[in-house]
Design a protein. Structure first.
Length: 364
């Protein structure tokens, strides 16, 4: 195997015993697979490709499934990929990723790799799980790519112009993780800061970098796993384990969206519903409406993922209790997300003993 290798379809189909929903397991090789992090698209906008990471070569490599043929294409062959950094371009022409030394993109038509930025000694962000994963974000027009890095004791958010390859430090903070461009506004980025000052918003040039929610310290609120709500100026976030909140970035006003143990909630492209995995207890993947006050969820299927991470079980933010040694391998988490047309959802399950990529339709 190597870069450019085309593999036959590995698809297998089975039905969820509780809902009857047909699930397509996309990968089958006995090794780790996963799609991008829950709020990052796994498809290009036209849904020609489904992007994922596979460890089948012994190191994490980037792959794409051609959705018409279900054939698998190996896109990279290198040993320095930050596996949670991948972000497909919306036009389907490139896949962006970082390595230990810089930011790259691979062109799908030719598999030519191009370095867009040298980190010049900076490293992938470190710290809590979120900052340490190294997720990146691409604007909806594919023009701007934001990358969090760590330089000495400070986290920086680098923004790269994907046309000119010019870059700048947009902002700095004690910790920066899980950045996301607004789905319709390429000038607006949200990111996760330190655990006790979590939700931040900044303009692309670094102006108006501000904290938008001051958590209730007395309750040890665990604010985590945010995403923009499309077509609005709201951020949706888990307040673990109490439910999902919506916060308006201009007024700071917040409201409950739902009150159950949603862990990685992600919104559909219309901004009307969300999908989430669950933990403690694991009640499977659930879907719920955003506008209905404290709406009850609808079960979609069981992921049967192992969901490793016992630090969730204490019922409040564990970092308030002092330094925490977190063991939470992310490929054991489902991280469900919508397809761009809103008709499918994607998730990861290690029920077979190895993390495999799964896809299903909302219609039964």
């Amino acid at each position: 195997m190597g870069k450019g290798t085309v593999l036959p379809s590995e698809s297998q189909r089975f039905s969820d015993p509780e809902t009857g929903r047909v699930i397509r397991q996309v990968t089958h090789h006995p090794s780790i697979h996963h799609h991008p992090f829950y709020y990052i698209p796994a498809y290009d906008d036209a849904m020609q490709w489904l992007f994922f990471v596979s460890h089948r070569t012994g190191t994490p490599q980037l792959f794409a499934e051609h959705r018409e043929t279900e054939e698998l294409l190996q896109l990279t062959e290198r040993d320095d990929i930050n596996e949670w950094s991948l972000h497909p371009s919306h036009d389907g022409n490139h896949l962006y990723f970082t390595t230990t030394t810089g930011g790259w993109r691979v062109e799908l038509a030719s598999l030519r790799e191009e370095c867009l930025i040298d980190f010049a000694g900076a490293k992938k962000s470190s710290g809590m799980v979120g900052a340490g994963m190294g997720t990146t974000t691409l604007s909806h027009d594919d023009r701007w790519w934001a990358i969090p890095v760590r330089r000495n004791s400070i986290s920086q958010l680098l923004v790269v112009d994907t046309h000119t390859l010019e870059s700048k430090v947009a902002c700095e903070n004690d910790s920066i993780g899980h950045p996301q461009f607004h789905p319709q506004d390429s000038n607006l980025i949200r990111y996760g800061g330190p655990y006790d000052r979590r939700i931040w918003v900044t303009h692309r040039d670094g102006t108006e970098n501000r904290l938008i929610y001051d958590r209730d310290v007395s309750k040890k609120e665990w604010i985590v796993h945010e995403c923009w709500r499309p077509h609005t100026r709201e951020i949706l976030t888990t307040n673990w384990p109490h439910g999902v909140m919506a916060i308006h970035i201009d007024t700071g006003a917040w409201r409950w969206v739902t009150r159950f143990n949603a862990w990685h909630p992600m919104v559909d492209p219309s901004g009307k519903t969300m999908i989430t995995d669950t933990k403690t207890p694991d009640i499977g993947l659930q879907r719920f409406a955003i506008e209905c006050s404290e709406t009850s969820p609808t079960p979609l299927c069981q992921s049967n993922a192992s969901n490793i991470g016992n630090h969730w079980d204490i019922g409040h933010c564990p970092y308030d209790d002092g330094p925490v040694d977190v063991y939470a391998p992310q490929h054991t988490h489902p991280h469900p997300n919508f397809s761009p047309d809103g008709n499918l959802f994607i998730f990861t399950s290690d029920a077979s003993g190895f993390a495999q990529l799964c896809e299903a339709t909302f219609e039964i």
